[in-house]
Ligand binder design. Structure first.
Ligand code: SIN
Length: 533
């Protein structure tokens, strides 16, 4: 793939410079957890490209998985994660996240998070793939809002943490093979060079590469693309998790209908009213997400209907309204009463499982660069993430990155000297470009050619289209966010296609109709696809 090292030209002699001990890119749960773990005598700068509340973390509905119930055990949560991950989870990483989860929940409570309670203790629900009730939640279906409210307040109160919103991280700065900071764009200032002793990447996933997605518009894979350009390794980019139940009503945003609805007993029905999961999987509606998403896909094909239905009408009205106030409000806006009406749903891109490779401490392959949360491939999720294991991953790995980056920054000098001072983007194309048109075309192409069911010929066609767009989009220098986002979306799309073509088997969320089985001989023993510039 034609991929320039930097998205923009810059001249260090003319740019504004800023220095910090630790730079954290991203203000979701992983980024803020990292910032809060850096020792208070070190400066931390957290940048987010939008408002600090605009992250996938804020929109999380279902909750956070952790072994807290009397009848549950760490071994159960480990097993459920491994089963959902379909042979690609790193068992040591699963073990450490599961064991550290309860302490992280306790910390959130100490920081003021008001989780929902039942008889004075944390209320626990279930979701697909979980053998026990172990998911804590808040505001019914507003877990992300409540957790982020508490953690943002905690970060704002910390004297060593500075939060910059509306700051677009264009690229990571590197010198002699190590990360030394980032070049950012800030309104009113334009390009600014931030020099950091250590950098933590926590910029989230790339759900926006698909037209049908539960993700907010910020999820354009900027951190993944920047890490790739800087020379870090990315892994398993073919694994995109499709959430089975996304509201499908003309005119609505693709709003998530939480898996907790099925955890509380909701049924999936086809257009004829049949509960198709009864025959599809012994776990019925609570099978892991990849299984349910594929069953819905097949059902839509069989019935020639563009969606299936989620039915909560048999559940007690009060339970439904108390547990799902957010879903109720949105559905009401489209004339649907969730206590009586069937909700039209279909799968949509939800969570980027692949990402920047990290070790069990959150170190990437690029020295001085750490990473946590959805931007990473940590080894926790394998080929299919277990529901509600994402916020807990962000917390556990965020803390590890903050600790590791803080320790590494102690006594270190900022690298500034001897950097090439000027960087130009070559071969600039100056013709006008309709950025929105290319972006929409890419997002539609990914749904058609790299969706729930894939095959070689459609992926080859998609690669040809993406390469064609890359030729004239990556060779430009844009001056606004939409252009940089398109460049990053194209970069991650190409990496996803490469991984999906290389993985000639079906595993977890990656289902190939031309290779419908798992190939343990070739892809067993935790073999990953990798990408490095
Ligand atoms: C949901 O509420 O269904 C989303 C939870 C998750 O993605 O883990």
């Amino acid at each position: 793939m034609l991929s320039p090292r930097y998205l923009v030209s810059f001249d260090a002699r003319k740019a504004i410079h800023r220095f910090t001990d630790v730079l954290v890119i991203g203000g979701g749960i992983a980024g803020l957890r990292a910032a809060l773990e850096v020792p208070p005598h070190l400066d931390v700068l957290v940048t987010t490209k939008d408002k600090i509340t605009e992250s996938n973390s804020t929109y999380a509905q279902g909750g956070i998985a952790s072994v807290l119930g009397k009848d549950d055990k760490f071994e159960n949560h480990v097993d459920d994660t491994l089963v959902a991950g379909d042979g690609l989870c790193h068992p040591d990483v699963v073990e450490l996240v599961v064991r550290e989860a309860p302490d992280e929940i306790e910390k959130l409570v100490d920081w003021g998070t008001q989780f929902d309670l039942e008889n004075g203790t944390l209320a626990l629900t279930r979701e697909g793939g979980h053998s026990h009730r172990r998911i804590v939640h808040a505001l019914g279906d507003g877990t992300g809002h409540e957790v982020m409210r508490a953690i943002i307040a905690k970060a704002k109160a910390a004297e060593n943490i500075t939060l910059w919103d509306e700051t677009f991280t264009l690229d990571l700065l590197t010198h002699e093979g190590a990360c030394v900071g980032a070049v950012c764009w800030r309104p009113g200032i334009a390009k600014e060079l931030i020099w950091a002793k250590q950098v933590v990447l926590a910029s989230g996933g790339c759900g926006m590469v698909y037209r049908e997605t539960t993700n907010p518009p910020v999820a354009t894979g900027d951190g993944m693309a920047a890490a790739y350009r800087a020379g870090a390794e990315l892994r398993d980019m073919e694994f995109m998790q499709f959430h089975p139940t996304v509201l499908y009503v003309a005119g609505s945003a693709r709003f998530l209908i939480s898996e907790a609805a099925r955890g509380e007993g909701a049924y999936l029905r086809d257009v004829n009213g049949e509960r198709f999961m009864l025959t599809d999987d012994p776990r019925h509606e609570l099978a892991p997400r990849d299984v349910v998403a594929r069953a819905i896909f097949r059902t839509m094909e069989r019935t020639q209907h563009p969606n299936v239905y989620l039915d909560l009408s048999h559940l007690p009205r009060e339970t439904v309204l108390t547990r799902f106030p957010g879903i109720n409000k949105v559905c009401r806006g489209f004339g649907l009463d969730i206590t009586t009406d069937r909700i039209p749903v279909r799968p949509g891109a939800h969570y980027t499982i692949g990402g920047v490779t990290t070790d069990a401490d959150g170190r990437t392959t690029l020295p001085n660069l750490w990473a946590a949360g959805e931007v990473t491939s940590s080894g926790l999720h394998g080929a299919n993430r277990l529901a509600s294991n994402s916020l807990i991953e962000g917390l556990v790995f965020g803390a590890k990155c903050g600790r590791g980056a803080g320790a590494a920054a102690e006594g270190m000098k900022t690298t500034l000297a001897a950097l090439p001072l000027r960087h130009a983007v070559d071969d600039l194309i100056a013709e006008p470009l309709d950025v929105a048109d290319v972006t929409n075309s890419l997002r539609a192409l990914m749904v058609r050619k790299l969706g729930i069911v894939r095959d070689r010929s459609r992926m080859d066609e998609a690669t040809r289209d993406v390469d064609f767009w890359c030729r004239y989009v990556l060779a430009r220098e844009f001056r606004d966010r939409a252009g940089w986002e398109l460049q990053n979306l194209l970069t991650v799309a190409r990496l996803m296609l490469d991984g999906a073509i290389e993985r000639d088997e079906s595993r977890g969320t990656h289902f190939r109709s031309d290779y419908p089985e798992k190939n343990e001989r070739k892809w067993g023993k935790l073999r990953h696809t990798t990408a490095k510039r």
